[in-house]
Design a protein around this ligand. Sequence first.
Ligand SMILES: [Zn+2]
Length: 379
Amino acid sequence: MIQTRGFGGPFRYLQGPGALKALPQLARPYGRKLLIVIDAFLYHDLKSLLESYLQGSELTSIFHQFGGECTLNEIDRLSQLGQANRSEVICGLGGGKTLDTAKLTAQALKKPLIIMPSSASTDAPVSAMGVIYQPDGRHLRCQLLEHAPELILVDSSLIAQAPIRLFVAGLGDALSTHFEAQANALSHTPNYLGPGYQATLAGAALAKTCHQVILKKGLKALKALQKQKTSPDFEDVLEANILLSGLGFENNGCAAAHALHTGIHEIEGSQRLYHGEVVAFGLLFQLILEKTVPKKLAPIVSFMAKVGLPLCFSDLGLPASPKNLTLISTRLLDGNSGIEAEPFPVTKPLIKAALKEADHFGQAYRQTNPHLPPALCKP
Ligand SMILES: [Zn+2]
């Protein structure tokens, strides 16, 4: 067992309304020539916004519209653009895949990295990790970076304008962090820093705080956001979704909940689901696989239901057919899904049984609580 403890994170994290306005001043120490990749959906609006903030500064910028998938080709395309323009700082503005492309480009070019999320849908902005996909949307691999981004700028007024479903997906991603950290601690699995180290007390404490903030303030933040209001609760939950969960997963590790995310992408029709939505159902699967007692399960499921996260396969819009359960369980046991971090031997029959039980549990919960809002991802 590795004895050394390890903890890592971004050099700076700044969050607040209008935080992006500080980009010129905060980017300047890293260089004058920025290469900025922006989400395709928001390209024109966000490009204009950044141009207005950069106007009058001594920085020059090249903008690139994200191609839609974080593939090896897209990273190569962006790297070539950076090289051709002698870019000194790589910036990403948008959703998780846009940001991952910026991360992997910065790594390829060995340049400083500034990350600016446009939603709080995942905890990816903080981590030194990028997920690469195949052109058809299937998961290819996770790639570790040498270090986390130099700067993360979270503009809460921008994120408050993002679709509610993205924020709720972020709640799902963050909700699992503490439980996955616990599984890793029990199995003494190394975390995701470089070659992997044992988790620190700091890492475990951040994951626990993340969990507490999400459960205590997640619904209040969501209700404020539905009225298009930001609030101190919203700022706290934003920090939990992005910073606490990001540091929490990277410094502790993922387990069955995130493993389900890699497994579910084997199923036709799963590409429309957000990462955090699958991870939320993955958490239910993990807790049942770990034989969590109903008393501990109840507050988690109640929270997921109230905010509109999926509780069963029908919420995800996917059939729980024997074929699909076989596809998922085969992928989960291929040796690098993350399920190896569970503190007991996991077998195909155990996975299938836990998936079925999670599905039945979620369906029964909906039937006995008919007043609940439907899952936001339900087709
Ligand atoms: Zn995640």
